[in-house]
Write a protein of this length. Structure first.
Length: 179
């Protein structure tokens, strides 16, 4: 199969080995300091290191937040947001399933607009563009890489807060079947 690129409305880079294009995509988005959002499972099987190595080989800084859990919580979003600010990141790479992408989207909102993530619950509450985010799914079927939604769980109440806004759509998705 040949590699291809399309836009729906964000750009999608599709093809085996397309992960190698990540540095080029980051450069196009003026991103030189990346927060990589993922989970411990992908770390254990070496996928996180593979992405870190690609980013760092291009001379870019990469800090990883790897404590994403299924049904990500407000606490996880707050921790990842604090790390983004602490490391001086300029963009987010969300690697994994829908949970990693939901955390990346939520961090992108809080970095640009502040407050609590629950302030953005509902439709069209994000006031403008979020931090540039590149989604790299490792599962078939999440769809979070091409949707304007995120769901964050308040661990103190058990309530799941849906966020729905086109501003949440990742700028770019890399769909690499090798992953």
């Amino acid at each position: 199969m040949k590699d291809f690129n399309f836009k729906i409305p964000q750009n999608i880079q599709f093809g085996m080995g397309s992960l190698k294009k990540l540095p080029e995509i980051l450069a196009e988005n003026h991103s030189d300091n990346i927060l990589l959002v993922s989970d411990r499972g992908l770390e254990k099987i070496g996928v996180v290191k593979k992405v870190q190595d690609i980013i760092e080989a291009a001379g870019l800084k990469c800090t990883s937040y790897l404590d994403v859990v299924p049904n990500p919580t407000v606490a996880v979003v707050n921790e990842a947001t604090a790390l983004y600010k602490e490391c001086g990141a300029t963009s987010i790479v969300a690697l994994g399933g829908g949970s990693s992408m939901d955390v990346g989207k939520a961090v992108g909102v809080l970095v640009n607009y502040g407050g609590k993530i629950t302030d953005y619950e509902g439709n069209h509450k994000v006031p403008g563009p979020i931090v540039p985010m590149i989604a790299i799914p490792t599962t078939a079927g999440t769809g979070s890489e091409v949707t304007p939604f995120a769901v964050i769980t308040d661990e103190t109440t058990g309530v799941k807060y849906p966020l729905a806004d086109y501003e949440l759509m990742p700028k770019m998705a890399i769909i690499d079947s090798d992953l």
